[in-house]
Design a protein around this ligand. Structure first.
Ligand code: GLY
Ligand code: MN
Ligand code: MN
Length: 467
């Protein structure tokens, strides 16, 4: 779908395809309905992300705030959304504060919608200049029962809220009341964001497919002696030529022992014959992330020990994927992966049964952490580690929550073998992770990243087809 019917003003505000004005307006309506249930007439304030200076006169590439974008589709900085929940006969209202039109700045920096343009393109009930925010908030917050905002996330917003409240309290002799209650806005939005609607699912499928193509390209381009950054360049080329705006996170291209550094990002070493390459990379398309990991032999053929551990991680991933279905608990995914990995650690001699006991002992005493020290996944959405509770907070012991259709998560077991006494030398410095993006459906799940070669046979065949 196109971005709010706005034209492409080349070089101007990004026009994203992650929904249309009706989607964003419907989300605002759902949020305001929740607010009205708790406190009719309550007001919510949500600011987008600031521009962040990088060095000299350069800023980091601008990235809007995810929650703000979810409710607006609006990608210009210096913007604030104000929502007023319905009260009695007074209907709910969505108000945008944004940058004014500016003939000169638009010559330098590109198109700005301005309040009127934004109101019409994005379906707000009203829009004002961001310069009028303080003055307007005094009226908008007068005599409302509650203020919703992102409590404690931004010192600047906390201070701004305090100024608004101080201003209202000074008017108390005139019968004006400040909101008596502050409520955290983000948990409401986070829970909505956890369930991806049709437009979001389609976009995440595209982000995952582009990312899978990038992994395929990187495999095909790989040969011993390349630098990790040369392989990274293949990923970035593929992301960009399909229109993805950014990598969703700094890509990891880790040859050999570097794969055992979980957050390796330097990507500057040479990958030698006989080594594996672990690539953890995904693009961000119109605000939505993919997050895929593949691990392959740089020379196109897994050695016997590499293959043994690869098949083990793959089996763990298959067991974890089988646990992704509606009604199953989130924690069951990790438990399934850990059981397969723990048994495999015993079978391969990474762990020795006479020292650590059987598979149940390995799990109970968390001996597997020596080689598998991270979780098996996370929610995925606009943020790579997306928002949303992992536990059912409404239930006293807060159990892991059941999976439901529309949730998207990663499934990413791995194994990382650092040299150590008692660990068979043939496995030293092997690091393997296999990560896919998975949508929970009505009956089971869909692997959004299925286009990236994954089995030993698929990967070796893909690399044989190298240019
Ligand atoms: N790429 C970040 C992660 O896998 O969680
Ligand atoms: Mn991940
Ligand atoms: Mn990842």
């Amino acid at each position: 779908m196109s971005g709010a019917g706005t034209p492409d003003h080349g070089g101007g505000a990004a026009d994203h395809g992650g929904g249309d004005a009706a989607d964003w307006s419907a989300r605002r309506a759902r949020l305001m309905a929740q607010m009205a249930q708790v406190a009719p007439g309550a007001v919510a304030v949500l600011a987008t992300a600031p521009v962040v200076p990088r060095n000299g006169d350069s800023d980091y590439p601008y990235r809007h705030d995810s929650a703000f974008y979810y409710l607006t589709g609006f990608t210009e900085p210096d913007s604030v959304l104000v929502l007023v929940a319905a009260r009695g006969a007074a209907p709910a209202r969505a108000i945008l504060f944004c940058r004014d039109k500016h003939a000169e700045r638009e010559i330098w920096d590109g198109y700005r919608h301005g309040p009127d343009g934004a109101r019409m393109a994005y379906g707000f009930d009203a829009a004002y200049s961001i310069d009028e925010l303080d003055a307007e908030m005094a009226g908008l917050l007068a005599n409302v029962p509650a203020l919703y905002y992102a409590l404690g996330h931004s010192a600047a917003l906390d201070a701004q809220v305090k100024r608004w409240l101080d201003q209202l309290r000074r008017q108390s002799r005139g019968g004006i009341e400040a909101p008596a209650t502050a409520r955290d806005l983000l948990p409401l939005i986070d829970e909505m964001r956890l369930f991806k609607d049709g437009a979001e699912q389609a976009l995440m499928q595209r982000a995952a497919t582009i990312s899978a193509l990038a992994h395929t390209r990187a495999m095909r381009a790989s040969r011993p002696g390349l630098y990790e950054y040369e392989i990274e360049a293949e990923l970035l080329y593929e992301f960009r030529r399909h229109g993805a705006q950014f990598p969703a996170y700094p890509p990891i291209v880790a040859g050999g022992a570097n794969a055992c550094v979980l957050h390796y990002q330097q990507n500057r070493a040479r990958v030698l014959d006989g080594e594996l390459v672990l690539i953890d990379a995904g693009c961000e398309l119109d605000g939505y992330a993919a997050d895929i990991t593949r691990t392959y032999p740089v020379n196109g053929r897994y050695s016997a020990p590499q293959r043994t551990l690869y098949e083990l991680v793959l089996a763990a991933q298959q067991a974890a994927l089988a646990a992704v279905r509606p009604g199953a608990r989130y924690a069951g995914i990790h438990e399934a992966a850990v059981r397969v990995l723990a048994q495999g650690m015993l079978d391969t001699g990474l762990l020795q049964a006479h020292v650590v006991g059987n598979v149940d002992d390995v799990i109970a005493e968390q001996r597997y952490l020596q080689f598998y020290m991270h979780g098996t996944g996370h929610w995925l959405g606009m943020d790579v580690h997306d928002v949303g509770q992992y536990r059912d907070l409404a239930t006293p012991c807060k159990p892991s929550r059941p999976l439901q259709p529309g949730m998207v998560l990663t499934v990413e077991p791995g194994i990382y073998v650092r040299p150590a006494a008692g660990v068979p030398e043939q496995y030293w410095n092997i690091g393997i992770r296999i990560e896919d993006d998975v949508l929970v459906g009505a009956a089971g799940h869909t692997v959004l990243s299925a286009a990236a070669p994954k089995t030993v046979a698929e990967i070796e065949q893909c690399m044989r087809a190298a240019p």
